[in-house]
Design a protein around this ligand. Structure first.
Ligand code: ADP
Length: 615
């Protein structure tokens, strides 16, 4: 149905229709003129043929002037029978006295001698004028002519009679109708042939147009491979040429744009910053891989979403704020499991005219940077806090001494002892900080050697056994050893390692009630030396476990400080053990005790070769 209407709307049909109409109009006009001319011509010829021959006319005149009417009428009858006027079916002769003198109709001879009743004949007899008339009777058309007969010999003007001739026009019109029918048939045929030719001609015109249309549609769809056939050098040929050129040019510029786009894509994808570009309504249209990586946890869908939505800025900013350049904006997308802070910069995509076409947002991950800044702030605050407490206490005791306590023999040494303890604590802490600083900068020296861990561990624990035995003021505890028989070797710095075990053992004593048991284990598993020290002390609350190795972290600040701790011991231990390629971690149940584990890489060596009998 649609296709049918399409055909009627096509140029092809319109051209054919116009040609057919012109042809029809031309043939109609020509036909009308032709038929009219034919009718006129035929009638004239016919009328010219309805004439009395001159000798018949002269003879009739002579008979009309003859005195002997009976004889004359006989003559007239003979004359009329011989008159030989084709197509004339009635010739009647009337004399000047209005008497019918003769008629060619043999069946109607009785009228001869009677008075004429025809008014036209009377009129001609009276004024001598010829009357020509077309009449119709009994479905036939007739042509009648009444001519006066003038006396040529005696008196020119005397009317001596009139001749009435009636001729049947049927044949003439039949001829005309025949010719008209032939003409109409010819016209109909020529319209049909003309229509056929027009269809062929218009097809020849519209075919290149259709090809051009198909090609331009292909170009619009991005297919440049087609080529329009050039049929000639007329306007359509030139147009086909122009479309072919256009196709090549569009393809070239498309390729250029495409390669530019690819270049831009590769630049964007290789950038270490995330980039998001939007259209002028703020809807994301371009996003690079880095941006997708950074935002993967924040938003699944990015392209096609409003930028305010993607960056979760709806509450703080409007699109206008972004256009007005809000400067650097820090976006915190941190979740309890994962910290993520992005630093963003917004700029505009503008046309030369100043029309804003979109917004570009460039951002990068500053989580690590922020963490460093935060740690630094925290560190300064911690150090200041840790130093202020002992300094304030030293300051108060010195003030008290200055206020006169120095004279008090009992108080003065006590105050000085406290001052000394506090100062020692500060020195210890500053030493610890310096050690950590050296470790951070990589300048801490380690004198590593292959060490028999069984012996070293035993040696350190022996020292702790000795302290319990010799120092009555100290807490009492029992050390249980559960060691693997085989000697285990690892490449470590003995002093630093001793520092770590000392710290863990001291903590086990510090944070356990009097009389507890400390269990020390040593075993080997999967080429790893595993040492553990378990106490039956306070234990560590579950939320504190992941912070226990952080600098300055203490579960109970007051208790730890009272025990002389600064919260740096485990942080230093972790740095040392990791430097040996090992690991340190803790398992603890609050109220039941804690176990600290140290793993070290195990170096398998021939014991006999190294064993010199000393630790
Ligand atoms: P401190 O000098 O305060 O002991 P550490 O870094 O050695 O510093 O320890 C950090 C914190 O870990 C301590 O303040 C303490 O709260 C907790 N802690 C360490 N060892 C134990 C343990 N064996 N039992 C319970 N708590 C412990």
């Amino acid at each position: 149905m649609e296709k049918k209407w399409k055909f009627f709307k096509s140029i092809h049909f319109k051209i054919a229709l116009v040609f057919a109409l012109i042809l029809l109009l031309t043939l109609e006009t020509v036909g009308a003129l032709f038929v009219r001319q034919l009718e006129y011509q035929n009638l004239n010829t016919f009328k010219d043929s309805i004439q009395l021959k001159p000798y018949v006319e002269t003879s009739l005149k002579k008979q009309l002037t003859d005195k002997d009417q009976v004889k004359a009428n006989k003559q007239i009858k003979t004359l009329l029978q011989d008159a030989d006027i084709s197509n004339a079916d009635q010739i009647t002769v009337v004399d000047a006295h209005d008497n019918i003198r003769g008629t060619s109709q043999s069946s109607n001879q009785s009228v001869v001698g009677q008075k004429n009743t025809d008014s036209d004949i009377k009129s001609t007899l009276y004024n001598g004028k010829t009357i020509q008339k077309n009449t119709s009777a009994n479905d036939s058309r007739y042509y009648t002519i009444i001519t006066p007969l003038l006396d040529n010999e005696k008196n020119q003007n005397r009317i001596i009679g009139a001749v009435y001739i009636r001729a049947n026009l049927g044949q003439v019109y039949r001829n005309i109708n025949n010719v008209t029918t032939i003409y109409l048939f010819a016209a109909f045929l020529s319209i049909l042939v003309g229509l056929l030719i027009t269809m062929i001609v218009s097809r020849a015109i519209t075919k290149p147009i259709e090809e051009l249309k198909r090609q331009t549609e292909q170009i619009a769809r991005g297919n440049y491979s087609g080529h329009v056939q050039v049929y000639g050098h007329d306007e359509l040929g030139q147009l086909a040429h122009a479309v072919n050129n256009l196709s090549v040019q569009v393809e070239e510029s498309q390729e250029l744009t495409e390669s530019e786009r690819r270049r831009l894509d590769s630049v964007l994808d290789n950038m270490t910053d995330g980039v998001i570009a939007t259209d002028r309504r703020g809807v994301v249209s371009i996003v690079n891989d880095e941006a997708l990586d950074l935002l993967s946890d924040v938003k699944e869908e990015v392209v096609g979403q409003p930028i305010l939505d993607v960056l979760k800025l709806q509450e703080k900013y409007t699109l206008k704020d972004l256009i007005d350049d809000p400067g650097q904006v820090l976006l915190d997308f941190s979740t309890p499991e994962h910290k993520l802070i992005l630093s963003t910069h917004f700029s505009l995509i503008q046309r030369k005219s100043g029309f804003i076409n979109g917004i570009v947002c460039v951002f990068h991950d500053v989580t690590a940077q922020q963490k460093i800044n935060e740690d630094r702030r925290q560190f300064v605050s911690n150090v200041s806090h840790e130093l202020r407490t002992p300094l304030t206490s030293v300051h108060s005791y010195i003030e008290a001494l200055l206020d006169g306590a120095w004279e008090d023999k009992e108080l003065a040494p006590k105050f000085l002892h406290v001052t000394q303890d506090e100062t020692n604590r500060m020195i210890r802490m500053i030493n610890d900080l310096l050690t950590l600083s050296r470790m951070d900068s990589g300048t801490q020296k380690y004198e590593t050697e292959l060490v028999n861990i069984n012996r070293l561990f035993n040696y350190i624990l022996d020292r702790f056994d000795m302290i319990v035995k010799t120092d009555d003021n100290k807490k009492h505890y029992k050390i249980k050893r559960d060691f693997i028989k085989q000697d285990l070797w690892s490449e470590i710095d003995t002093d630093r390692f001793t520092q770590v075990v000392d710290n863990i053992m001291n903590n086990a004593v510090k944070y356990s009630p009097d009389g507890g048991t400390i269990t020390a284990r040593l075993l080997e598993n999967n080429d790893k030396i595993i040492m553990s020290i378990s106490d039956e002390g306070l234990g560590i609350p579950r939320p504190a476990l992941k912070h226990i190795f952080d600098r300055f972290y203490r579960v109970d600040k007051a208790r730890s400080r009272a025990q002389g701790g600064s919260g740096l011991g485990l942080a230093i231990s972790k740095e040392i053990i990791e430097n040996f390629g090992g690991n340190i971690y803790v398992r603890s149940t609050e109220g039941q005790g804690s176990t600290f584990y140290i793993t070290l890489p195990y170096e398998s060596v021939e014991e006999d070769l190294w064993d010199d009998g000393k630790a």
